[in-house]
Write a protein that binds this ligand. Sequence first.
Ligand SMILES: Cc1ncc(COP(=O)(O)O)c(C=O)c1O
Ligand SMILES: N[C@@H](CCOP(=O)(O)O)C(=O)O
Length: 463
Amino acid sequence: MRYHSTRGDAPVLGFRDVTLAGLASDGGLYVPERWPSFSTEQIAAMRGLSYAETAVQVMLPFVGDDLTEAELRALCTQAYDRFAHAAVTPLVQLDAQNWLLELFHGPTLAFKDVALQLLGLLFEKFLVGSDAPLTIVGATSGDTGSAAIDAVAGRHGVDIFMLHPKGRVSEVQRRQMTTVLAPNVHNIAIEGSFDDAQALVKAMFNDADFSGRFRLSAVNSINWARLMAQVVYYFYAAVRLGGPERPVAFAVPTGNFGDVFAGYVAAKMGLPIAKLIVATNVNDILHRALSSGDYSTGIVTPTAAPSMDIQVSSNFERLLADLAGGPIAEQMRGFEASKAMRLTNAQQQGAAALFVSDRVEPDDMNEAMRWAYAETGEVIDPHSAIGLAAARRAGLPADVPIVTLATAHPAKFADAVERATGNRPHIPARLGDLHERQERYDVLPASFVAIVAYIAERAKPRP
Ligand SMILES: Cc1ncc(COP(=O)(O)O)c(C=O)c1O
Ligand SMILES: N[C@@H](CCOP(=O)(O)O)C(=O)O
């Protein structure tokens, strides 16, 4: 399998190189040259497979010659062994139509672990025999940071620099990152928003001098391998609910558009998906884009679902390029200059075939947390509640099961959950003494010069 940039002006790479590269050198995102496709029989044969084995079947077409099936199986087994639930991503039924897909049983209690546990192992595998140390630069609104740090802390030949918006992540999220004191882990709280952090990360890749001195890589969903691993749970859930014979809908709390784009990829690969419901909080650029074609940024508003406080959604570029049938460099350059763009008719109509969207206000989010707790006994986090609120009012036919992706453990957002439900969720015992541990991080302005100087002082340059 070969990978092309959404902007059409970067080298075409294989899976290994695309995993190590992260962002394409033309500022675009790598996408596979074609979507692999499964027949109905092949999908039906996934019924009853373990999570790790489903992962092997779904991801094998993407890895090309860079991993054998046996190597991929060994990596998946190792990655998913660390999950606290035997099903890895269990389904929980809420009522006749609604289900939760609990994606938070990994080491850091968010869906990011599903992909990042694997990505850490892929980095290790692909770096064997290489003398160029990897400098991972990442931006987080709270969850990617801890999952990525857990996946690479202490690994030889890798340094990770993780930028989070100061004061805009929950205390548990911050502590999960800043209490990891391994020497290769560097946490930076920036004076700005997640969008500022993400823009700084992209600017580092696009700076020829900086990216020439350090071998940069990415752990955000700009890295194709992240999304590839997230495609798996759409198959895993759907076949358990009657797929491929019965189409299933998914409601996805959305920020950077990675998780829901993985659902789009699953549909492209042949999985019958009735609808993908894109649920946003008041930072609703994706809802506006999908409902009216207006993709224009506003000021990021801090909310009780901080991981979705995002305006510039990186992976939307992948969708727009796929719907346009090729590179969209000009459209993206226009967006970067004006911070606004209109979708073309083809993009709008193409998206409407599979996606619907909804903006969920804080009261509706709280109501969804209350409903889940009172009616089903499930304690859900604010992000999952945004997905569930959208699912319950999507108006889909009653015979279509709707799976809401439960993207984080409620204890990561205990204050918000307690405010809504009166019930305070507790951190699982395996996180132990998180609140007592020593923290280490630096605070920097959201300035390219300041951040690259900080990293350059600490990272190991290419030999
Ligand atoms: C808990 C949680 N829910 C939802 C999202 C949104 O997912 P995505 O950015 O893939 O759209 C995030 C952040 O990525 C998150 O951390
Ligand atoms: N919500 C995310 C934001 C980054 O998203 P990613 O999927 O691109 O890594 C977070 O928690 O950091």
